[in-house]
Write a protein that binds this ligand. Sequence first.
Ligand code: ADP
Ligand code: MG
Length: 280
Amino acid sequence: MAGKQTLKSKSNKKVLPNGASSVTLRNVSKSYGEAWLSDDVLKDICIEFPAGELTVIVGPSGCGKSTLVNIMAGFEAPDSGEVLIDDKPITGPAKDRMVVFQETALIPWQTTYENVVFGPKMRGEKSGQALKDEAEELLVKVGLGEFIHKYPIQLSGGMQRRAELARALINEPTVMIMDEPFRGLDAMSRSLMQEFFLDLFEENKKTNIFVTSEIDEAIFLADNLVVLSNKPTTVQTVMKIKLPRPRDYKMLTTEQAFKYKKDAMELLHDEAMKSFAVLK
Ligand code: ADP
Ligand code: MG
């Protein structure tokens, strides 16, 4: 297990630009299927994601978090409503919004370095020594300086997720969307990844939308916490998480953090009970 020090960049050079956009979901609804078989997933979702802040979406499994991510990324269209980036409606996927999923999306037959340079190279946006320097700098920043020429299968789950972060960040997005990125990692790797991710966020202050079903993770990371209901999913509440930054794991045991957790847990528990009652 790598210690926290080795996760950090040895370089102090700031390679990531400071661009950040606001995201607005305006009355977004989505159903799957037709007529009496219709599965109403999202119902009139309105959320403001302030520029440069880290907003966490937490909700029960199956409530439509990934559907919401796909709509924000532009991979899927809502049935009604719209997604605005800096007040402009989106029309599809674009590199201003980068998504990191739970499942690895690294190309297995390419090295870490090749995976990172793939996007900008394919689009002909960056090339040569400048691209090489930028990719290497980013890989050092995410603690993979010594793994540049390894293949995804040779990396641990946490390293794969960091390679994906580098691959997303090289596109200079103004919004990063993370869909349960640390799910499936063991507890130690997960908490190291959370701390690492916060260091990266606090340095760059991009707009981050982070989806999770883990309440401790949500409170540890968030500036704003959006709690969703069960299907048909609506926004139950938005909480400001006013724990100071930089964050430290010990903050999760403060009275303030317990209060946030209690409030969110009560809402989530009620929703879980409702879906349990339906299943019975
Ligand atoms: P979460 O990410 O919160 O676990 P999802 O967004 O993956 O939830 O799924 C929400 C609901 O929408 C589930 O009931 C799922 O079965 C349904 N769903 C998601 N994608 C599709 C699809 N492409 N076709 C039909 N149903 C879907
Ligand atoms: Mg999901």
